[in-house]
Design a protein. Sequence first.
Length: 514
Amino acid sequence: MLARNRFLLLVAVGGATLALISLSLQFLNLIPVAPVEERPFQASDGGAVVAAAARGKSRKRVFPRTEEPDPLSEAYGYCNTPNRTEQAWEGHSPADYKLLSVQVMIRHGDRYPLYYIPKTKRPAIDCTLSTSRKPSHPLLNAFIRHMGQGGRGHWESPLGSAPRLPNHSTCEMGELTQTGVVQHLRNGQLLRQAYKRHKLLPPDWAPRQLWLETTGKSRTLQSGLALLYGLLPDFDWAKVTARHQWSTLFCGAACDCPARSRHLEEEQRRQYRLRVSDAELERTYGAMARALGLLARQLRAANPVDSLLCHLCHGLPFPCAPAGAGGGCLITAQFAVIRRQQLDDEADRRRAGLYRKYAVLAMHPYLNRTANKMERVARAHEAGRGRGGGGEDEVFALSSAHDVTVAPLLSALGLEGARFPRFAARVVFELWKSPPTPPPKKKKKAKARDGEPCIRVLYNGEDVTFHTDFCRSHQRHAGRPLCPLDNFLSFVRRDMFAVVNATSYQEACYRRPG
Ligand SMILES: *[C@@H]1O[C@H](CO)[C@@H](O)[C@H](O)[C@H]1NC(C)=O
Ligand SMILES: *[C@@H]1O[C@H](CO)[C@@H](O)[C@H](O)[C@H]1NC(C)=O
Ligand SMILES: *[C@@H]1O[C@H](CO)[C@@H](O)[C@H](O)[C@H]1NC(C)=O
Ligand SMILES: *[C@@H]1O[C@H](CO)[C@@H](O)[C@H](O)[C@H]1NC(C)=O
């Protein structure tokens, strides 16, 4: 465990005054063995990088403004409470463009905490589904009934044995809540509206045209099914195959990449250094621990921000210790300090650029698959076998994932300024074909030029195509108002590795550290 020793040394030299036992706790929390779980440290699900939520008062923006953010309104943006109508720009294009395919990656919806703060009561949240509870949705009962028939679907192991609905009167750790289900029914309905006039999936769609993949966690499986139901109410189960991704990076058979962990460790050291140098944060943890009669390291290990976010999102008062244990309570001001530090961490992360290097290697396999699918669909369409033709290819693909998937995806695309993925966040890749160009009038025998395949990228309904690395410098003009697919293809196959000074995934992953 060379890396571990180096890390402990670094911490000691850094002058941290923590007890050794707490160091190893920190260490275990900091460096996951394999990227199969949501990272149980601050920069993870519900954790630290809950950054950059809605900075505008009423308008939610994907790219935060530069003014000093308010940690609490940021946190509410992260909750993504489904209580207002949302503007969605999916499915928008210049006239005469044809929509060929759509690939979506989502983060699961609102969930119960993954951590428990010792000596406090767990938040009282009911994870059964009921239209008499808020927030509800007009499709909720029909969705529940439909999930009851899920046995007719095809399930890659181990998904067949995962519950298709949350159903515990006291939520289990990490369980999807009714809020989470409603968030994704709404996402599905939004996309249904957006793509209706484009007739993306014909009424008699073939099984091959729909791709659904998820990690083995029930919250991602259930989130994916809720979105699918909102998109295609009463879909035919017999046509659906739920595919399993064992890694939260959705890297399939290409997960092996030694350099990736090195970049992640560097990033985590940066994060650790920033955190222990934050005197206000240290004082706050101390005060919180005293209020509950805990040791500061016990409280830290319980990742309290995860629990507190859940209280906040569900309008529950922050937890208190029982009278016997002092009866102290955690307060909003303490939560705000932790969140402020998380926002500082986001800013520092962007400056340092270490996360970006990790993200490029983490998300290449997923992006490579996405690019390959798009190219296939575009080719099939050129050859006249596409939609309405042979129906050979996936027209709609849904990957139901975690914050530790969506955050590196955004970073790898160069969308570093985008806010941290809130509950039920969505990233959408749309493939379009421009209208054919008529032949030049003067040349008698010239043929019409076929349309060009183009890509749009959206984050939470906002078009971010021209913020991505591969299209930031694209000169939009009347003839080419969208981003050419070729830009994306060469980005994924070569250009994205420039940030790690390489030209391929193999080279970047296996080169010895210099
Ligand atoms: C929606 O919920 C959030 C968080 O609970 C709250 O701050 C906001 O005022 C609500 N908006 C509406 C329109 O009810
Ligand atoms: C939820 O669980 C209860 C008790 O285990 C069961 O009776 C009920 O049918 C379940 N509901 C659904 C929708 O699965
Ligand atoms: C990327 O896609 C190509 C097909 O275009 C494939 O040959 C290659 O193995 C893929 N690489 C990775 C790392 O997934
Ligand atoms: C980038 O890689 C090339 C060839 O592998 C090497 O010669 C060069 O020194 C590297 N540059 C940096 C900045 O690491």
